[in-house]
Write a protein that binds this ligand. Sequence first.
Ligand code: 4NP
Length: 156
Amino acid sequence: MIRVLFVCLGNICRSPMAEAVLRSKVEKAGLANQIEIDSAGTGDWHIGEPPHEGTADILLKQNISTDGIKARQVKEADLLHFQYVVAMDAGNLGELHEMAGINPTTSISRLMDYVSGSEIEDVPDPYFEGNFKEVYEMVDAGCEKLLEHIRKEEGI
Ligand code: 4NP
């Protein structure tokens, strides 16, 4: 099983959006039995909460399900369990590198790394800005390219 974990700050806006979007793409590609997807936050404020209504609304419009998604905090064991740990911004990335220490055993990246030619490195935080549509477009493009990367890398 190939395991992918998306990580943001609160685990209610960006990373659950990426989890739902990638899951939808994986299901459409017939790869649901080969790729497992989850998300987590570096912060603990929203543990147990469903996705933010801005994320839920935009996904509903795209017919993408958020059923069963609940916020949790990232933990060290995640860095062993998941082969692809994908941060949304430089802040999350820094925290993950710190958690992984000097000997990371997993691939830790940022979602926009996979979009070649993108001048934007971070998926902006819509929690304060409310720009969920813009964030969705970035997450969708990033997940499309991430899935291409995984398929190539894993030969599936
Ligand atoms: P997220 O957005 O990291 O995309 O889930 C945020 C959600 C909550 C907070 C910050 C960012 N917060 O400060 O509670």
